[in-house]
Structure formats: C-alpha cells, structure tokens
Design a protein around this ligand. Sequence first.
Ligand code: FAD
Ligand code: FMN
Length: 694
Amino acid sequence: MQKLEKLFEPIYIGKLKLKNRIVMVPTDTSSASAYGEVTERMLLFHEQVAKGGTGFIIVGASTPDSATGKPTVTATVVDDDSFIPSLNELAEVMKENGAKCAVQIQHPGRQAATPPFAQVAPSDIVTQQPGSAGHERVYGGRRMYKIARALTIEEIYDLIEKFSEAAWRVQQAGFDAVELHGAHGYLIAQFMSPATNQRTDRFGGSLVNRMRFPLEIIARIKEKCGEDFPVLVRYSADEFVPGGRGIEESKKVARMFQDAGVAALDISAGTFDSPWPCMDPIYYPEGWRVYLAEEIKKVVDIPVITAGTIRDPRFAERVLREGRADLIGLSRQFLADPEWAKKAREGRFDDIRKCISCLVGCWQESLLAKTRCRCAINPVMGNEKKFLYLKKAEKSREVMIIGGGPGGMEAARVCALRGHKVTLFEKEDELGGQLRLCCMVPGKEKIRWILDWLRIQIDKLGVEVHLEEEIVPETVKSLNPEVVIVATGAGVLNPDIPGIVEEKTLPFTDVLRCTRRSCKWWPRKREVREVDVGEKVVVWGGGFAAADTAELLASRGKKVTVITEFPEFLPDMEPITRETQIFRLTGREVPGLKNKPYKYKVEILTGLKVTKRVKEGVVVMDKNWEERIIPADSLIIAIRNTEEMDAEGSLAHSLRNIVPEMYLIGDCTEITTPGGHFNIKNAIYHGHRVGHLI
Ligand SMILES: Cc1cc2nc3c(=O)[nH]c(=O)nc-3n(C[C@H](O)[C@H](O)[C@H](O)COP(=O)(O)OP(=O)(O)OC[C@H]3O[C@@H](n4cnc5c(N)ncnc54)[C@H](O)[C@@H]3O)c2cc1C
Ligand SMILES: Cc1cc2nc3c(=O)[nH]c(=O)nc-3n(C[C@H](O)[C@H](O)[C@H](O)COP(=O)(O)O)c2cc1C
C-alpha cells in the first residue's frame, strides 16, 4: 500500500493546527433555511465530512448583508447575531468529530442570485462575456447580470464593517477561522479585478486602490477578532476573462495579502463571466489548476491551498510532495464521498467513489434550479434524512435484477448491503450499460470511475453476476424470484422515414460500441474495429448520445453535421458542460484547456426535421416547410427510445402478471427524479431508492 505521509502530515494555518492537509473548500450545499439558518440537512452532511477524517472544513458562502444580495437562495446568512446559535451547532458537530472549521463570507455584488439581483458593485458596468454559461436561460429568464449600481464611499465602508461583523459572529459561533470569498467574480473579486472595477476614487484604478476593499476588511476583522483568529482569502489566480487579472498580478496580490496578515491562500480560478475554469466540468483533467497554486506558492511563505478536480489521493500526495501546494482542497469530491480522507488513509483507493464532475446534482438540479444540492452518483447527499441510515432487511429475499447499467448496479449494491440475495443479469458481455459507451468518448473518461466503483462494490458484496444472458419472460418464470427489478435502459429509436433501409443508416450504438475496444481504461484487450461510416456523416439527435457520437467521429477526422428538431442543441444538459462540449465540437477554445488542440468543425443545425434519407445525404425540412439536402455518406440515429420500454410487448409489461413484486428503474421508465432527466443521476437514484424499499 502506498503511504500518503504528506497528505496526513499536520500543518499550521496561523496558530491553528490541522491534523492533516485535506480541506473541504467552500461548497454552498444550498441547504440553509429560507432565512439563512443552518438546517438539520446541513448538520448531517458536514458531520459526515468531519467523521470521514477531513482536517479542515470551510463552510460555503455565507452572506454578510442579505439585504443587498445572497449568492444563492438558500445560502447561510451571518448578517445578524440571531444566526450565531445555529452556526454554533454546525461548528460543534464538525469539531466534535475531529475537524477544524471555518466559514466563508461572501457578498455576491453583481452576481446575486436573489431578487432583486445584482444590486451593488464597484462600478455600474455590464461586462458579461458573450457566450457565458447561459445563466439567463437557467435562471428562468431572469438576467443574472443586471447593471448593478456603483457603491458610494459610505456604502463601501458600511460593507467593510458588515464583513468584519460577520467574521466576529463566525468566531463567536465557535469556528476556528474565517475565509473571505475574493474569487469567482463576487463582490470582493469585483473590487480586485480591473475588468469589473472602473472606479476613479481610492477604491479603484491602481492595484493598491483595487485591493483597498479586501485589505480594509482584513484589518477590521483583525481589530474585532484579534490577531490570532486566522483569516484566509480565496481568490482566482487567473480570472480567464478579457481585461481581468492574470497570474502575474495575482502573485502581487498574494504578497499583499500575506503582508496584511492573511493566514493562508485558497487558490481558485475563473469568474461567472468565465465559469468553465471555476466549476470545471468533466472535460478538465485531474488537478489542472494546481499550476496556479504552484505559481502563488513561489512568492509567499503562508500555506497555499489548491483545489479543482482533485480526486485521487495518490495524485494529491504527489502534489504535496513536489511542493506545488501545502494543502489539498476538495469540494464536489465530498459530495460524492464524504469518507474520502478516511478511505485514503486506509489505502482503500478502490472504495473511493470519485466525483465525475458532471455538475448535474450539485449544480444544474440544485443551485441553478434553486432546489437543493445533491450528487448524481451519491444519492445519500441531499437526501440524508431518507437514506443516510441503511437498515438491514428484516428478511433476506431473492432479488433478480435485469440490466447491468448504473441503475441496476446501484440497486444490486444497496440490496446486497441490506442482506438480500441478489442476482444481476446483463445481456452484454460487460457491465455498465450506456456508460460503457459514453466513457469511450474523448474527454469523458471520468465516467469510467463510477462504472468501476459500482462493479468493484457489487463484486465485494457477493452479488451473483450473469453476463451475456438476455432475460426473457420464460427465464423469470423458471427462476421464480421473490422480487424483480427491471433496469433495462432505453433503446435507440427506429424512425419510420423513407430511404432509411436502403441507404446507409446506423444506430449510434454501432459507432460507439466498436470504439470501446480501443479505450485504455478498458480492462480486456480486444480487437478494434471501427464501423465504416464514410467521410461525411449526419448525426441525428439533440442529446448526450448525439453530442458524444459527433465528438468521437470528429476526432477521427470525419466531417460531421448534427441535426436536431429542437430549437436548441443539448437542451437538458448542465449548462457549463453543454457550452464546453459545444466549444469542443465547433472548435472554440475552452478557457484553461487552451493547450489542447480542439480543431473539430462540427456543424450543429437546430430546428430541422429529417424527412427522407436519399443516396446523396439526408433531406431536412425547416420551420418554413422548405426542404434541402445535407450531404452525407451515413446517417447515424442518436435518439433514444424511452417510450416503448413499458409498453405492450416489452419485457416489463410481460412480467407484470408473472412476478409478485416488480420495480422499474432508470432509463427504462418514464419516471425521472423531480426536475431530473434520463441520466446517470436518475438511474442511480432510482436504484438506490428501490434498494431501500425492498
Ligand atoms: C453516448 C452517451 C453519453 C451519455 N453521457 C451521459 C453523461 O455525460 N451524463 C449522464 O448523466 N448521462 C449520460 N448518458 C445517459 C446515461 O448513460 C443513462 O441515462 C444511464 O446509463 C441509464 O442507466 P440505466 O441503468 O437505466 O440503463 P442502461 O445504462 O441503458 O443499462 C441497461 C442495461 O440493461 C441491459 N439489458 C437490456 N435488456 C436486457 C435484458 N432483457 N436482459 C439482460 N440485460 C438487458 C442492457 O444491455 C444495458 O446494459 C449518456 C448516454 C449515452 C448513450
Ligand atoms: C455545488 C457547489 C457549490 C460551491 N460553492 C462554493 C462556495 O460557496 N464558495 C466557493 O468559493 N466556491 C464554491 N464552489 C466551488 C468549489 O469550492 C470548487 O472550487 C470547485 O467545485 C472545483 O473543485 P472540485 O473539483 O473539488 O469540486 C462550489 C462548487 C459547487 C459544485
């Protein structure tokens, strides 16, 4: 077993001793009450992270002045003494379980998410970058970036006072430290950045003036809370926006914070004008932001935290050993697995459920949809009251699961944990379902992590797995199980249009299926055989399958056109991921990934109906009923068929009168989790829930 000595070495932040170098960087779990008080859900989640062996937990954004803006509708609030008792409960639960803790204080300024939005900022300018993460759409048509009113000098001093009062409350509540949120384009960052601060008074212009706001807050906190109360600052070492701060100025900023008595720097990236590097979607490689912390570390003596897509403890150990940072920050990883630190310490690397950076549960279906933070691959997160305590079943039953995709595997895992005798049948020669297809696409290799995790867990739990066995009603009859779970997924639509039989037309599964043999993650080595699709390909569809098939074909040098009937491509996809994939497909650079040559020139055509397949290509009709031909050697159908799964003639339908107890889960059912879609989160949630029910 590889020893992670450095990761578990104690470290000081000011006079505060941490037992290890694992930090939960601020994560707004959108689970405070409507008024901003800590809730039971927040307590349960943070308790798990502390029990999981994390050294230092920084609670997510808490606002010092809710009247002028909250970052999210259910962020914690620290603008009044009445919030101290509930914060105290939170501090206590973490400290009792061995973690040190802090609260991050954040004012959103022009990035407020609560009405009336974007009230105040250093300057009354709109600098929204064209093509930023589509907040207008996801915030229900409300513009997130209204022109904020520029603060007066009196108001600035009032806010400085409010920040320091908030820090004092954090200290009173029993926290060990406080962090200022100077990253991601929020108010402090707006003052610090030349892109958003165009003031001409003592709070704008030169770097010294732009830094006056955070530095005066720090000075005032020190007066109120004493020199020994550690103040950390989080800021983006590269904002990745035109006219914003880059690494060189960020180094000067680091020294200024150090001189002001800041105890540690928490290095991040991006702003909401450039959200990709800030909420790094699946495409960003492990630890891609470490280079920023490394640059900052060269110019200061105080500890530097690095965060952003760090998942493997062995990678974290290497970063520390190489002296590139002093502490390792994780955010989404704790949503996926609060026991990361404990498992790392015990060398149980295979048991760590690594976050796949899909942003679906924690971002798309929570903060953006204004519901609550969950996790696509860990259904317990956000559902602690329902799922945290897994009881053994009163009676062990024989459970037959049909379908070895994520839904079926999660159901198998939970049923086995509860003591049932589980048999899982899969018609293919590998487990994984559609995930086997999508993790083969360039950039989506992380999907493999959850697939492997599920496979390893059900193996350890003794689930009996039968591969290459397609279940038909007769098999079920003969096996006579007590409970059947149907998790057979969705098929591919077989559209009834002229010419489809005569001219080359393939389901997307034929294209992706062949590629899996070539993937380096695939455990078995088999022959690689690509289907011949010619040079010009039309991919028909507007979701995951279409985008990934197009990307794979483009990476092979094909000329690809994607056609969808919808007015928008990838309408259900999490917006930051969606934009990243569209940038990749169309050959636009993704900030922070600029060294990768994305040269694909996929054409994406929306609002078109496919009417015919002809020898020269595909005939499409627009909304004015005008037809034209898109030249193509092949047409690839990438539309999933979820409608026929439970219909007459389907397996589920035929089993209705055969088995005493049956459940349908995942893509093969019309039911999605509230606000959800046909995706990994939905399938895993269903599988988990059904496991609790049986
Ligand atoms: C290309 C592509 C990319 C995607 N990318 C993403 C993404 O980035 N994020 C995301 O959240 N979702 C993504 N999805 C969607 C996601 O993969 C599915 O929503 C998810 O896999 C559904 O899980 P499931 O267990 O319900 O069904 P499936 O994964 O479809 O698994 C069903 C399994 O049942 C088996 N089966 C069917 N009939 C039988 C039978 N009679 N007997 C035995 N076995 C049977 C099948 O072989 C299959 O293995 C993507 C899908 C595709 C196709
Ligand atoms: C749901 C969610 C909430 C977040 N809340 C905060 C926050 O309150 N303050 C902050 O500085 N960063 C916040 N972040 C950013 C994370 O701290 C972190 O920098 C980012 O997710 C990348 O790290 P990771 O790959 O470990 O998740 C949040 C991220 C997510 C996904």
